[in-house]
Design a protein around this ligand. Structure first.
Ligand code: HEC
Length: 441
């Protein structure tokens, strides 16, 4: 059976929910052989947060403060930096044994009058696809979280298996975020975020007027831009007033951030759509993924439709089996959870519910992102409207325009900062740049 990122697409389950590949705008039908490839080296950044980069500990601090580009000193340095940091260093206190320091991505881009098209190829560290995420397992009495990311304590100690989704992320700017062209994603990375030295989680965040229970309702700190903070160190809690942040957003002073998620978006042929400003936000509307567990009671909401896929739950030995679905897709392979069904200890259900038809608005812009994994290599094709019609949380692109992009890959069941990232690159829509999106005839 031909393996595709839709898991069981070959069985026709999702056929109705993905666009017709004969459409002109389908990124799978483009003649990619005719589009020149560009090799981009991504490297492991450890905890090189912005505050660290402008601190005395970093030899280039003064230049970074002045806005100089990373590559003005670190040109073709990716292999060295990644190789050092991944093994453990002042900026990597908790290395992951056996992890690779660099990752090469082959990038191709094309455009027509309406869309930008991408193709990315990279090798995965593991000989399996990372398409499992937030799984829950029945232990004979109750459902409990099963597996976690590689940095998780229980995974490091061997108590839980490493299960987490692989991802490909694109950060995009149109020149409105000062220094992004020079310093890329490091602008968004600060101490206090998840898995950094002084990680802030729980009550301190919940009590924060803007980020917490009375505001955005977060309980941890994620990417943000220094422009949304009031102190020189851009501390997580020194946020500007809500109105000032709204003004920055209205002026387009945010970064577009889109993530293809092997578990949470790929099974429905999508990528998510977000933006970075005072937090890593999702665009307005509805994501293709939501929770499949009532988290207070740990009760699943949907299970696999046995009539369609032959079973109502997975077992541990099914994980990594390309012929079995890894995601519950509401409109394709799911039925409401039946608590009275004969659940056996060891039954496993995805803790996330996917739906292409429920995804709505600006959050659903990346509606044709198809990744396949074969013999250790991911191939991901992706389209995005040049003008999504949602300037409030997207960058609007124009033919002839030049932009800045940064890429990240989360590989081998990692999350947060345990990824590989690129220095920023220019993207030209039909014009010469580091990456030129060629004009399709
Ligand atoms: C003015 C030159 C300069 C600039 C600009 C600069 N750096 Fe550096 N950086 C250095 C030097 C020098 C070192 C130390 C290298 C060494 O000791 O081999 C270094 C080290 C590093 C390290 C390795 C730290 C370690 O512990 O091994 C990282 C990561 C790094 N820089 C990231 C960046 C990033 C990201 C930027 C852009 C935001 C940047 N640098 C900009 C000069 C610079």
């Amino acid at each position: 059976m031909k393996r595709t990122a839709f898991g069981v697409a070959a069985a026709g389950l999702l056929a109705a929910s993905v666009p017709d590949p004969t459409l002109a705008a389908d990124p799978r039908t483009i003649d990619w052989q005719a589009v020149p490839p560009k090799s981009v080296t991504l490297f492991y950044p450890g905890e090189s947060t912005y505050d660290w980069l402008v601190s005395r500990a970093h030899k280039g601090a003064r230049s970074v403060r002045q806005g100089k580009s990373c590559v003005s000193c670190h040109e073709v340095d990716e292999k060295d930096l990644g190789g050092i940091l991944v093994k453990g260093d002042v900026v990597e206190p908790t290395p992951i044994p056996g992890k690779n320091g660099v990752l090469d991505v082959t990038v191709q881009a094309a455009h027509d009058a309406e869309y930008l098209y991408w193709r990315f190829q990279w090798k995965s560290h593991l000989a399996r696809e990372g398409r499992m995420h937030d799984y829950v397992r029945f232990d004979g009495k109750q459902w409990k979280w099963y597996g976690h990311d590689r940095n998780d304590k229980a995974v490091r100690s061997g108590e839980q298996p490493p299960l987490y989704e692989d991802r490909f992320s694109i950060m995009l700017d149109d020149g409105k975020v000062a220094r992004f062209a020079q310093q890329g994603c490091w602008l968004t990375c600060h101490d206090g975020m998840r898995d950094t030295r002084n990680e802030v989680v729980g009550d301190p965040v919940k009590k924060h007027p803007l980020l917490g229970a009375d505001g955005l309702r977060h309980s941890d700190v994620r990417k943000y831009l220094a422009s949304t903070r009031t102190d020189p160190a851009a501390s997580w809690d020194k946020t500007r007033a809500k109105e000032e942040i709204a003004k920055l957003k209205a002026e387009g002073r945010f970064l577009d951030l889109m993530q293809w998620r092997a578990a949470r978006s790929a099974p429905v042929g999508m990528a998510d759509d977000g933006y970075v400003l005072e937090y890593r936000n999702f665009d307005a509307g509805k994501n293709p993924f939501s929770w499949n567990v009532e988290r207070k009671t740990m009760t699943p909401l949907y299970m696999f439709d046995a009539a369609k896929v032959g079973f109502k739950a997975l077992r541990a030995e099914d994980i990594g089996n390309a012929d079995k679905p890894a995601a519950v897709v509401k409109e394709a392979n799911a039925v409401p959870f039946d608590p009275k069904a004969d659940w056996r200890a060891g039954d496993i259900l995805p803790g996330r519910l996917l739906s292409r038809i429920d995804a709505k608005g600006s959050a659903a812009d990346n509606d044709a992102s198809y990744g396949t994994w074969k013999d250790g290599t991911y191939t991901l094709v992706w389209r995005r409207k040049l003008d999504t019609g949602n300037p409030a949380d997207d960058k609007i692109l124009k033919v002839g325009g030049k932009y800045t992009v940064g890429f990240a890959v989360h590989d081998d069941n990692v999350t947060t900062r345990f990824h590989h990232v690129s220095f920023p690159l220019t993207l030209g829509i039909g014009v010469d740049a580091d990456i030129t999106a060629v004009t399709l005839k």
